[in-house]
Design a protein around this ligand. Structure first.
Ligand SMILES: *Cc1c(COP(=O)(O)O)cnc(C)c1O
Length: 378
């Protein structure tokens, strides 16, 4: 038998309180019983997003909500800016191009954060741009982008700012309204501590105006349907009832702990993880590391083997690199229901795997480095 530890940047572990709610008998979604749960969840999401705007819930993974933020805001031939810092930023480009949108892309070298002045330059040079798409925490590299600074710039133009906060929301400090973000997209299986299957989108009045003019085809993800249904505490189509019920529990846990404390917890785990990597002699990959996932470079001879061996021998799942950095980095998540003890287990097993693969490591060194951070930063 093997005990499993999920330390991947999505999906993340689900707390037992939340998982139990998923096991309850299904209730009908056009009832006052479901309506009161839905209302509570819709309000709770505003608390987490730090917004006064409506937050729509769609039955899809995060990418479905990303696509919805393209088809609902734009019309054929529209121009947008995509500021990409990795795999997930590139996804915005692919979605936009699928729908015939003209993309002015800024592709930042993986591991680096987006340059705000470059967005400003492109906005000045292309006054017809309808939207700027970017990523909050770029999960493929571990970088956090300065959304507040980008919001400052974009808000002064007619364009709307759309942010993929699928991995960043909950774990990393984020303020949709104060940072002047028009559309924020997130998903259930990362910071929210839920099973995969739900996605969330918040929409400002400025974005809503664009949505009203949008001519790209859409049916299932048409925001107008979601806005109308929200008035009666419903979704336009059958929602994953169990996930909504479990989301109510997850939001309750976040509220009890407070969002500020959740941010602080992740910040501490991120600091501990960075020190752990350094103690192993592994260079951090992200120039501006985020609080929800830590990425580090690993020697190429063993890079492709670490993740598999960790999982097979010790039941510990972490992530490797994607795309161009496949086999070159490892990624260790610390968001959602991942706690201090999980990080210690992760590093302890990582040390053993590295040693087994012939990498020179002094056993206990990274564990001690993590312990020091945890003890000294309460
Ligand atoms: C996980 C993730 C996605 C993709 O979400 P899915 O739920 O797999 O569709 C997109 N962007 C970021 C930043 C992510 O971390």
């Amino acid at each position: 038998m093997k005990k499993h530890y999920l330390l991947t940047p999505g999906p993340t572990p689900v707390p037992p309180e939340v998982a139990l709610k998923e096991a309850l008998p299904i209730i009908h979604h056009r009832t006052s019983e479901f309506g009161s749960i839905f209302k509570d969840v819709a309000e709770g999401l505003k608390y987490v997003f730090r917004t006064q705007n409506d937050v729509f819930i769609t039955s899809s993974s995060g990418t479905g909500a990303m696509e919805s933020a393209v088809v609902n805001l734009l019309s054929p031939g529209d121009e947008v800016i995509v500021a990409s810092t990795g795999n997930f930023g590139d996804r915005w480009i692919k979605i936009c191009e699928t729908y015939g949108i003209k993309v002015h892309s800024i592709s930042i070298e993986w591991g680096k954060a987006v340059s705000v002045s470059e967005i400003e330059k492109l906005l000045k040079a292309n006054s017809g741009v309808k939207a700027v798409y970017t990523t909050f925490t770029e999960t493929s590299t571990g970088v956090v982008n300065d959304i507040q600074a980008i919001g400052e710039i974009v808000s002064k133009t007619p364009a709307v700012l759309v942010v993929d906060a699928i991995s960043g929301l909950v774990g990393q400090e984020y303020h949709a309204d104060d940072w002047k973000v028009d559309v924020t997209v997130s998903g259930s299986q990362k910071g929210f501590m839920l099973a995969p299957g739900l996605a969330f989108v918040s929409l400002s009045a400025k974005a809503w105006k664009l949505a009203e003019e949008s001519k790209l085809p859409k049916f299932y993800f048409d925001y107008k349907k979601y806005k109308k249904s929200l008035l009666t505490n419903e979704t336009p189509f059958t929602p994953p009832v169990s996930l909504i019920v479990s989301l109510q529990e997850a939001i309750k846990m976040i509220k009890e702990h407070t969002i500020e404390q959740v941010w602080a917890d992740c910040r501490l785990l991120a600091k501990a993880s960075r020190e752990g990597m350094k103690a192993l002699g592994l260079e951090l990959f992200a120039e501006k590391p985020c609080d929800v996932v830590t990425s580090a470079k690993v020697p190429e001879e063993i890079g492709g083997k670490i993740v598999k061996l960790l999982r097979e021998k010790y039941g510990v799942s972490i992530a490797g690199g994607q795309g161009a950095v496949k086999g070159k980095i490892i990624r260790f998540a610390h968001m959602g229901y991942i706690g201090k003890a999980d990080i210690l287990i992760g590093f302890s097993c990582l040390e053993m795997v590295l040693k087994e693969l012939g990498y020179k490591v002094e056993l206990g060194k990274s564990v001690a480095a993590v312990q020091e951070v945890l003890l000294n930063n309460k």
